[in-house]
Structure formats: structure tokens, C-alpha cells
Design a protein around this ligand. Structure first.
Ligand code: 13P
Length: 337
């Protein structure tokens, strides 16, 4: 007996395929107002709606962006905003053949009964919000929850993260939005890469168990994993080849080939590291499109170039294109530093 609404299935599959198209990836600019404030503060700007709008306008109106970027994840405020000339940001994106997306989770709070871990809010009212976002032009969604290795992770925290992602994914698909499934395994800790691999296997096993239990259509989702690396405070750094090998090992063991795209987060890696690691993962054919959904690793040099000055907008947009192109080449396995 079919349980899930079938209305959107073809559209979901097409949306996911479009986002996972060769040489393209996702520009993540879905920072909450508080997090966007930190980015603006790093260049001495106040966290006002005007400044957030100016920054997002700079990013989204970059000429030629659509060659390298297939989707842009927005925060709710940005989904409803326009350029200073009055053009809706969603229309700016559509003209560049970039699919608009929306962050739908409501952030993290402490998880009672766990080892100082957290869980993700936002399921209440998600169906009606998702339907509104679809009307506004969004075609994919993102829900980021986190798993901490130094805090355990406890079985409870992993189960909660996986279940929440699966509920969100089912609700998104019922409302025409391709869910990006993002259980971020935080970089914090001094553990070796083998420990990250073990935790990632556990997390993805549970995520797919509950995705299946919730009748999620695998062809109509995208994943946003962390790369498998040693903890940030581990004594040795790993090479891109080692990171690629461990990351692909986990994914091949846990992710069915029906999933069209794997769009990595950058998680605090430098811009160069994020590009090199992605390039290393694309040195041989993969069952899925392996690409990027970077926030910090696409924005750091843009902020530096911009400094909040209108006369720097063009230079900042050029900086964005440099990173976007490098990651596009890395998606194709053709980047060289
Ligand atoms: P980073 O690439 O900065 O880790 O951002 C990840 C993210 O989830 C933004 O959507």
C-alpha cells in the first residue's frame, strides 16, 4: 500500500538531479541572523537587516555564478528579500538556473538525559512552513543536526539526530522540497581518523534505517555529510588522499546508489583544504555525484575582499567566483592548486 503522497515524486527526483549536476555544487548562505552577525562582525559591520541584505545581494548577484553553483541555501529572511532594485532574490537565482533552498531547522538545544549533547528543533509546524516556502519558490530544504565525538556520542543522541532527520525528510518531500540530510559530525576533539570513521558508520546506519522507516524516496534526497577527518586537535593532520579514502569507505558502506548527490559541508576547514579534499574524492568514479555545499569555505575570502565597502563589491564577487570555480573543478576531479 503506498503510504507517501506521490504528487511530488517526479519533481523531487528532477530537482535533486538538477542540483547534483556535473561541475556544480551548493552555495550555503543560510546562516541564522545570529551566525550571520558573526560573519559581519569579522569585518566590523553591525548585524542589521540592511547589512545582511547587502551581503546576500553581493553573493547572489555575482555574474556567472550559475556555471558553478546549482543551488543556494537561504535563511528565511533572505527567501523573502529582494535586491535594492526590487528584484526578488529567488528570481535572481532562477535566472542563473540556481535552485533556491531554505534552512528549515530551528537550531540546537540541550538534549535532556544525554552527555551534554544537543538535539535539533523545528518539526512543529514544519509541514505548513514547508508549503509556504514552496509557494515562495524554494525547491529544497536543509536540516542540520550535530553529533559530538568528545561528548560520546551517546546512543540516545545518535538516535534522536537520525529520527529527527528522517521525520523532517518525509515532511519536506510531502511538500515538494528535496531534503538535504545533514548530520554534522563536529570536528572538535583529539581523536584519530579511525574514530571518526566508526562514529560516521553508526550515524549513517541509523539515518538510513529511519529514512526507510519513514518511506522517504531516496532518489529525491541529498546528503550533506562531514568529511571523515581526524579531530581538529589530533596531533597529526591527514592528507587529502587519506581523508578521501576514509570518507568514501564510510559512504560506500552506508549510502545506497539511489541517492543522487553527496554535498559535503566544509565544517571549519580552510578554503584550500575543502577544495583539495573534494578533488581527492573525485579521482575515481563514485556511485553518486560527490560535490560541495560550503558556507565558510566559499565565503571567507569574499568577506575579506568586501570589508563592507560598496567599491569592493566587484572584487568580492570575483573572489567568490575563484572559490566556486575551484570547487567546480574539484567536483570533476580536475583541480590543481
Ligand atoms: P560550513 O560549510 O561552513 O561548515 O557550513 C555548513 C552548513 O551547514 C551551512 O549550510
Amino acid at each position: 500500500v503506498p503510504i507517501r503522497a506521490k504528487a511530488y515524486t517526479d519533481e523531487l527526483i528532477l530537482t535533486a538531479k538538477t542540483i547534483a549536476s556535473p561541475g556544480r555544487g551548493i552555495l550555503a548562505i543560510d546562516e541564522s541572523n545570529a551566525t550571520c552577525g558573526k560573519r559581519l562582525d569579522s569585518i566590523g559591520l553591525d548585524n542589521t537587516e540592511v547589512n545582511r541584505q547587502a551581503y546576500r545581494q553581493l553573493l547572489l548577484t555575482t555574474p556567472g555564478l550559475g556555471e558553478y553553483i546549482s543551488g543556494a541555501i537561504l535563511f528565511e529572511e533572505t527567501l523573502y528579500q529582494s535586491t535594492t532594485d526590487g528584484k526578488k532574490f529567488v528570481d535572481v537565482l532562477r535566472e542563473q538556473k540556481i535552485v533556491p533552498g531554505i534552512k528549515v531547522d530551528k537550531g540546537l538545544v540541550p538534549l535532556p538525559g544525554s552527555n551534554n549533547e544537543s538535539w535539533c528543533q523545528g518539526l512543529d509546524g514544519l509541514a505548513s512552513r514547508s508549503a509556504e516556502y514552496y509557494k515562495q519558490g524554494a525547491r529544497f530544504a536543509k536540516w542540520r543536526t550535530v553529533v559530538s565525538i568528545p561528548c560520546g556520542p551517546s546512543a540516545l543522541a545518535v538516535k534522536e539526530a537520525a529520527w529527527g532527520l528522517a521525520r523532517y525528510a518525509a515532511i519536506s518531500q510531502d511538500n515538494g522540497l528535496v531534503p538535504i540530510v545533514e548530520p554534522e559530525i563536529l570536528l572538535d576533539g583529539d581523536h584519530p581518523i579511525e574514530r571518526t570513521l566508526e562514529v560516521a558508520e553508526k550515524v549513517w546506519a541509523e539515518v538510513f534505517y529511519y529514512l526507510a522507516e519513514n518511506n522517504v524516496v531516496f532518489e529525491g534526497i541529498l546528503l550533506k555529510p562531514s568529511m571523515v577527518t581526524p579531530g581538529a586537535e589530533h596531533k597529526e593532520k591527514a592528507s587529502p588522499e587519506t581523508i578521501a579514502k576514509h570518507t568514501l569507505t564510510v559512504l560506500k558502506r552506508r549510502v545506497p546508489p539511489a541517492v543522487p548527490g553527496i554535498m559535503f559541508l566544509s565544517g571549519g576547514q580552510s578554503e584550500a583544504e575543502a577544495t583539495l579534499n573534494l578533488n581527492a574524492m573525485n579521482q575515481s568514479p563514485n556511485p553518486w555525484h560527490v560535490s560541495f555545499s560550503y558556507a565558510r569555505a566559499l565565503q571567507n575570502s569574499v568577506l575579506k575582499a568586501w570589508q563592507g565597502h560598496p567599491e569592493n563589491v566587484e572584487a568580492a564577487q570575483r573572489a567568490l567566483l575563484v572559490r566556486a570555480k575551484a570547487n567546480s573543478l574539484a567536483q570533476l576531479g580536475r583541480y590543481s592548486a
